[in-house]
Design a protein around this ligand. Sequence first.
Ligand code: ADP
Length: 401
Amino acid sequence: MKILVINAGSSSLKYQLLNMEDEAVMATGIVERIGETVGNLTHKAYPDTDAEKKVAKEEEIKDHKIAMHMVLDLITGSEAGVIKDPKEIDAIGHRVVQGGEAFTSACVVDNSVKVAIADNNPLAPLHNPANLMGIEVAEELFPGTPNVAVFDTEFHSSMPPKAFLYALPYDYYKELRIRRYGFHGTSHKYVCNKVAELMGKKVDEINVITVHLGNGCSMAAIEKGKCMDTSMGMTPLAGVMMGTRSGDIDPAIVSYIAESKNIGIDEMDNILNKQSGLKGICGLNDMRDIHSAVANGDEMAKLALDMFAYRVKKYIGSYTAVLGSIDAIVFTAGIGENDDVTRAAICQNFSGLGIEMDFDKNNGRKGEPTPVHTDASKVQVWVIPTNEELQIAQESMALLN
Ligand code: ADP
């Protein structure tokens, strides 16, 4: 079975074609700046196991339909093609950010599914309309091929009300659907299943805390394979500190800043989402730049790093309490997989909770699943590269089979 995975953003389109017989990536790429005067496309194809062909294009790409056409031409073309006919693609799996309460699992797209996705637009105005557009373009270009929607929120739909409700007037939950939804669900689910497999356990036998640290950061408390709590909230702004997002703050700060600085809602939104987090403290949001700055004696970069690790550590502590006991912690995504210094800072002085990192094993970037705990550690600590595309493809395949 060949599955094309699509992640459509408002001006971008990421794609990956997978051969599910061996879960190999056949082609992958991204189209960016769709709708701008100059757009660009980067395509990588793997026609043979050890051959990589790269194609880069820079030209005006008016809309998502044209972008998808370009992708289709590349996938089936002579230059860097991997299939002959689009009909060889058995299904298209789409990442959809916000499933709301309507979707607790992936589903094959029909009209009612599209209406329900659009109904969630107010909850994810930057993402859901773009995701839906990706589905509609795929329907047009691949007639007869099933489309599957896989939601970022679905893995978190098992949270109990005491975890997903905010202590606000209850009517707001009913009227405005204000609640914690959580995000990065495909990543949390993928690494949770993977760690169970690596530990030789069934996922319903273990409790896991998954720590996804990328540009966006989120954590999940997972009991026997079911998410009990997660750090992102109604939007991906909540939870731990991120590259440019504040994560949790005292909500009263918002009106205090707005009044003191005489600024409106849009600017406040920009401050919390784009000017805060690591960047707000030290002016840098990329962890690699922060480490270079620390090495050059930048005190504010050091402070940003300390704050970041401290907040993740607090969540691990509170999720250990939520779960009663834990069997494993998994680090994943850009920082989680590559940044040994941050992982070590998070796992310092954790033996009271049975978490003992082996700092030698932790050293270095991890391109493959790696255990980084001591033999004596009660809790296993793993670094596992995430693979959201594969998770989407697997869910699409499971549904169609
Ligand atoms: P996204 O959330 O956009 O998918 P990623 O998962 O790619 O982001 O993570 C991006 C983050 O990973 C950035 O902060 C980047 O600095 C960090 N990162 C990537 N490689 C390294 C590295 N070798 N050392 C430290 N941080 C890294």
